[in-house]
Design a protein around this ligand. Structure first.
Ligand code: SF4
Length: 357
């Protein structure tokens, strides 16, 4: 994977990250001009207190969350927020004051938020207020570039589904009717649905300060690297992008986490549509830690670097069998996984070229 569309996508993300300061200010300005409230949030603590304080409205208690993970503090029964499920809201079983979801991207030139494939998309006209949480690295400077980025996501071929994309640029009106059935002659009125955007840092600026790791911010969350990672398939702990990024937050970094959660197979390098160089990032991060730290780190790094290299070179089944038994003896799941692989899995590097060299 290194087609012109991937190079173009890489450039779009590169420009967005390198000009993040200017983009954020321009985006906030545009949102305000469109009548959308904006608040800057640094971390989860601030996010919770902002939502609990009722930003920007003082009194509410029923909230529908459509987030990958809702902070525990918000769902804790001691606080005044009652959490409503998307299904209940969609099927008119419950009502909600607020809908809180995340936005996939912000378009700087139009001051819009883009969401796609969200469960809550049919609930937009059922609440008084929608809050979008947007990670500050997920800006696209020119809306004309959105098509290129969206084209990099998998289509669901099995069911023939297309992605559902919503672009929201300003508050809108919903129709209110006393009778849910909307029969002819019923009186109805309109009511404004307010929109707010929380620009969420969540550690992104500390990654931005790291010259090597800032490339990880190009990620568009397509999920491809997760799908091809042999270790994630087994332990569901860190996707390759999470594994690389988490090292930026660890004070007492050790290579052991990286060592245990990657085989350096390079599959993620091949499928990332914005060309994030995972293997280089992982190896260089391990080198950094090993240089600054204890002997253990060197040992782990040495083990990891040689492990995959050796596996790739082993074209004899018996040799490979003994090697796998030795390397993964303490991790039965990984042991079984590698034992079950076919020959082509182990030929990710061009071994013939290496042998001839
Ligand atoms: S492959 Fe992984 S790192 Fe690359 S864009 Fe997709 S989710 Fe992000």
């Amino acid at each position: 994977m290194n087609s012109s569309i991937n190079k173009r996508a890489n450039f779009i993300r590169y420009s967005a990250i390198e000009n993040m300061d200017n983009n954020l200010l321009a985006f906030e300005n545009k949102l305000n001009m469109n009548g959308i409230d904006v608040k800057w949030i640094s971390n989860e603590e601030e996010l919770c207190s902002c939502i609990k304080s009722g930003f920007p409205k003082a009194h509410f208690n029923k909230v529908c969350f459509d987030l990958p993970e809702v902070p525990e503090e918000l769902t804790n029964t001691n606080n005044l927020i009652k959490s409503i499920s998307v299904e209940d809201l969609e099927n008119n079983i419950e009502s909600a004051d607020y809908l809180i979801t995340y936005a996939n991207f912000g378009l700087v030139d139009t001051g819009s938020v883009v969401i796609f494939n969200h469960n809550c998309k049919n609930c937009f006209n059922k609440v008084d207020h929608i809050i979008f949480i947007l990670d500050i690295n997920n800006l696209i400077a020119k809306s004309s570039d959105l098509g290129i980025i969206l084209s990099l996501y998998d289509r669901d071929i099995v069911y023939g589904n297309q992605h559902s994309v919503n672009i929201i640029s300003q508050p809108f009106n919903k129709i209110i009717c006393n009778n849910y059935q909307f029969e002819q002659g019923d009186a109805y009125s309109t009511q404004k649905v307010n929109i707010s955007v929380l620009l969420y840092d969540n550690g992104i600026t500390s990654i931005l300060d790291n010259v090597k790791l800032r490339e990880t911010l190009y990620c568009i969350n397509c999920g491809n690297c997760k799908k091809v990672c042999p270790v994630y398939k087994i332990n569901h702990k860190y996707s390759p992008i999470d594994l690389v990024k988490r090292n930026a937050f660890e004070r007492n970094r050790k290579t052991s986490d990286v060592y245990e959660n990657t085989t350096l197979c390079g599959n993620c390098d091949k499928v990332c549509p914005v060309l994030i160089p995972f293997t280089n990032l992982l190896v260089s991060e391990m080198e950094n830690v090993a240089n600054n730290d204890h002997e253990d780190n060197w040992r782990d790094f040495g083990k990891l670097a040689t492990k995959r290299l050796k596996l790739n070179k082993m074209n004899g089944r018996f040799r490979r069998y003994f090697f796998i038994r030795r390397m993964f003896n303490n991790n039965k799941k990984l042991l079984n996984y590698f034992m079950a692989q076919q020959d082509d899995f182990f030929n990710l590097t061009n071994t013939k070229a290496e042998e001839n060299a």
